[in-house]
Design a protein around this ligand. Structure first.
Ligand code: PAF
Length: 275
């Protein structure tokens, strides 16, 4: 495995490659969720690139940029063992320039739900993903369904800017107790972790209600609130949207995502269910 830290180093290795390239962009602190993306990229491509870059522009003032977990050495080993060909670990001054051109998230879908709680977050995500896609030039880029709104907006950017890459959505990976894997789970105390299970439990119960025939989105969301409210410290939202993130009044199987965002202690958690 080659480790590249600059665009030039990366380009030298990349230019010698033939065959398809799969790309997994990450912010590091790799866990089983990232590994599932890397494994899929490994299966479907001749070459696999992983990037690790804690992107400052997607953190809002007061968010956890400084304390976001950084585990460079462990991450490098994980990538090596997973058969990654090229690990790209740039610094912020290589990625960002002074007074640079900005990509902006769409005015509606970029500013609802996650975008309402974290205004400007998706501008930063799209800005860095655009750059990384242009540097890496992958055939396939792998993103987890857990960040469903991020996935929808990146897919929209690829469509709107005619980028020559296929975005591959990958399933959410959960611990055996149901908690969706996230680099931020390490912030949870054992007691908070127990309460955090309400997120996956609420989604599971909603899924069962849909299987039993309920189609009114409001009835499903009310079930989720009833599971969540006694456990979490602040429920930011529950929502039912279609795959393009338009709000839905009636659940349509094959085109609905149920979403939740909540605070447990000082940790903000998200989860969702693709119906
Ligand atoms: O999902 C993430 O880890 C980040 O938002 C991403 C896509 C790597 C961009 O910084």
């Amino acid at each position: 495995m080659v480790v590249a830290r600059s665009v030039e180093e990366f380009g030298k290795v990349r230019s010698g490659w033939k065959g398809s390239v799969g790309f997994v962009p990450t912010m590091g602190a790799l866990h089983e969720g990232h590994l599932s993306l890397i494994r899929r990229a490994r299966e479907e491509n001749e070459r696999v690139v992983v990037s690790i870059f804690v992107n400052p522009t997607q953190f809002l003032p007061g968010e956890d940029l400084e304390k976001y977990p950084r585990k460079k050495e462990a991450d490098r080993k994980i990538c090596e063992l997973a058969g990654v060909d090229l690990l790209y670990m740039p610094t912020a001054d290589q990625i960002y320039h002074e007074d640079e051109l900005r990509i902006e998230a769409p005015k509606i879908r970029g500013y609802i739900l996650e975008g309402a709680s974290r205004p400007g977050h998706f501008d930063g995500v799209l800005q860095v993903v655009m750059k990384l896609l242009n540097i890496v030039r992958p055939d396939h880029a792998y993103f987890g369904k857990k960040d469903a709104q991020q996935l929808a907006l990146i897919s929209q950017m690829v469509r709107d800017y005619f980028l020559p890459v296929e975005i591959v959505p990958c399933e959410i990976v959960r611990d055996s107790d149901g908690l969706a894997l996230s680099s931020r789970n390490i912030y949870l105390s054992p007691e908070e972790r127990r309460r955090a299970l309400a997120l996956s439990r609420a989604l599971k119960r909603a899924g069962k209600q849909i299987q039993a025939g309920e189609r009114e989105a409001e009835a499903i969301l009310e079930t989720m609130r009833q599971v969540l409210e006694p456990e979490v410290d602040e429920l930011e939202y529950v929502a039912a949207v279609d795959r393009s993130f338009r709000a839905m009044k009636r659940i349509e199987e094959g085109d609905t995502i149920l979403l939740v965002a909540a605070w447990v202690g000082r940790t903000r958690l998200i989860d969702n269910l693709w119906v």
